[in-house]
Design a protein around this ligand. Structure first.
Ligand code: NDP
Length: 237
């Protein structure tokens, strides 16, 4: 029997990149998957067709929309918050509205959706947020605001792990390093710079992050909670 047969999963931000790999992996392992998309309608529809998952449009900057999507999904065994944006640049010239939008998606939506999912989550459920290795290490200019949003997830999971531990719900953050997606292409202009601080000097793949999600969602990981799971090719070593 597939590991997640009979389990319901909700992936916030599943249309592309790491989120799409997570949707594919959980569906392949037997979960009944719902995922949200914001701008990528065609990609979301294709992914839904390929995997049998249900695609729902929801913008993470709209709190009431996100809460109702999470609530309407009903009791969810595996909840993954992956949606995120990275706005980098000189803090003296970055548009403050862009920074606030990043905070809205990367922190506010992550917190509110996670708490909403936990309300009806069955005992033994799994909450997994996608953070970043930049929560541990910021070796380059221009990443203060983005890294700050990902550091916030560290204390979020530490605290929520305590709040939901009596129900055997685990809460963890996976912190990828450079991973080949639209956000950070392996052949992008910053790739060599990123590789220069890594032990394994190449981008990771979205499938590797999805495999980590699958492990954390499995029964074998029932004792792992309130923890940072870093998968970054030694970026933060
Ligand atoms: P992509 O840019 O490839 O995909 C981003 C995903 O987030 C898409 O599914 C997108 O949906 C969704 N999203 C963006 N804005 C919104 C919004 N307003 N509301 C709802 N969903 C939204 O990024 P990655 O796959 O690379 O990144 C996924 C996560 O991993 C992010 O949290 C990112 O910070 C993190 N990460 C990525 C790294 C990398 O090197 N790639 C490294 C470390 C962390 P849509 O297209 O439908 O709008």
């Amino acid at each position: 029997m597939a590991e997640f047969s009979g389990k319901k999963a909700l992936v916030i931000g599943g249309s592309r990149g790491i989120g799409a790999a997570i949707v594919k992996r959980l569906a392949k392992e037997g979960a009944s998957v719902r995922f949200t998309w914001a701008g990528s309608r065609t990609k979301a529809e294709d992914l839904a067709r390929q995997t049998g998952a249900e695609a729902i449009q929801a913008d993470a900057t709209d709190r009431s929309e996100m809460l109702s999507v999470t609530r309407n999904a009903g009791p969810t065994d595996i909840f993954v918050f992956n949606a995120g944006i990275c706005i980098a640049g000189d803090p003296l010239t970055l548009n403050p509205d862009d920074v606030d939008r990043m905070i809205d998606i990367n922190i506010r939506a992550a917190y509110h959706c996670t708490v909403e999912a936990a309300r009806s989550m069955p005992d033994g459920g799994r909450i997994i947020l996608i953070g970043s290795t930049n929560a541990n290490r910021v070796p380059f200019k221009g990443l203060a605001a983005y890294s700050m949003t990902k550091s916030a997830l560290q204390s979020m999971v530490r605290g929520l792990a305590r709040d939901f531990g009596d129900r055997h719900i685990t809460v963890n953050v996976i912190q990828p390093g450079p991973t080949d997606t639209d956000m950070n292409p392996a052949n992008g202009p910053q790739a060599d710079l990123m590789h220069s601080v890594m032990a394994i000097k190449e981008h990771g793949s979205a499938d590797d992050v999805a495999a980590y999600v699958s492990f954390l969602a499995s029964n074998a990981a029932r004792g792992i909670t309130g923890a940072m799971q870093t998968i970054d090719g030694g970026f933060s070593a």
